[in-house]
Design a protein around this ligand. Sequence first.
Ligand code: EPU
Length: 337
Amino acid sequence: MEIKQNYSLEEHNTFHLPVKTRWFLEYDTEEELQTALRDEYFMECNKIHIGSGSNLLFLNDFDGIILHSRIGDITVVKEANEHVYLRVGSGVVWDDLVKHAVANGWGGIENLSGIPGETGAAAIQNIGAYGVEFKDVLETVEAYHIPTLEKHVFTNAECAYGYRSSIFKREYDNQYIVAYVTVRLDKQPRFSLSYGNLGRELSRYPEISLPNIREAVLAVRQAKLPHPEQLGNAGSFFMNPVVSVEQFDRLKSEFPEIPSYPAPENKVKIPAGWLIEQCGFKGKSYGNAAVYHKQALVLVNLGNASGSEIALLADVIMETVASRFGITLTPEVKYIC
Ligand code: EPU
């Protein structure tokens, strides 16, 4: 276990905001996590758990303890005819897991190649891309309840996954710490290629295989999304809004070219990137914050932005989209005050 005081979080948030935390605590095992949770001082402190900070916006320095998992093992716990089950530590870098699965010929998460972040956060956030979501492969989540220190094993159904959402983001917000997840992968991969530009990108490859899908996804991502090491960002800043069919029909009559995707429960998902682009924000900068020129859903730090500056830009975007389209955008990024 490693504890640091007045520690810079610049390398722990992908906006690269130079904020500090009073304490930064990294643990390598479940036992170390339990020890930390039992500590009296720790119990009283303001605390949050982070992954690699790829979905966070720090508005200030953090006056408390920031926890980070380094539980980094990947173990095959069960193998059947069709599936292999992997137990994965919450601190495993998500894309390392994807790489490992693809190298072993196990399918199910190749479309999620290149997503920044760690596996514990993937389970909370239900990461998704190119027609696949984390929930499609999740078997169980092993998590510690902060108030009682008890470990609970959640089934997929108990996690109540939705679009970029889970019980850990709603009812149990900040109450559980994920230690391990178990995922079920396919030994005979079934490819999911229906997402628009992925199919187009794949047509350049001689065959459809796990490594080629991974390459194609990485190429599509690279073409559209800025790499956080080069330009601070947290991927999509907002979620894509989901509206009723009635509301969508009204919008469609006023804006016939509006793109859309079917969503569960007979609803319609509208790409927020399109709404933001229509409002003229794409490629515009506001002080040190900007809307990325290739993907309007991504806000970037041009170098010296503060969290508040980025939040201000997000507010202006939300107000403009609301007054033009009557749609309230919800940030996907979590604000830390
Ligand atoms: N669009 C525009 N202008 C833009 C951006 C998008 O008009 O500047 C429209 C286009 O019609 C485009 C459509 O939006 O066809 C969809 O764009 P894209 O394929 O880039 O996907 P997205 O809906 O903007 C979502 C996820 C991404 C994920 C991609 C691919 C959310 C909030 N975002 O973005 O996830 O990589 O689909 O599956 O659901 C993330 O969560 O951080 C993230 C990057």
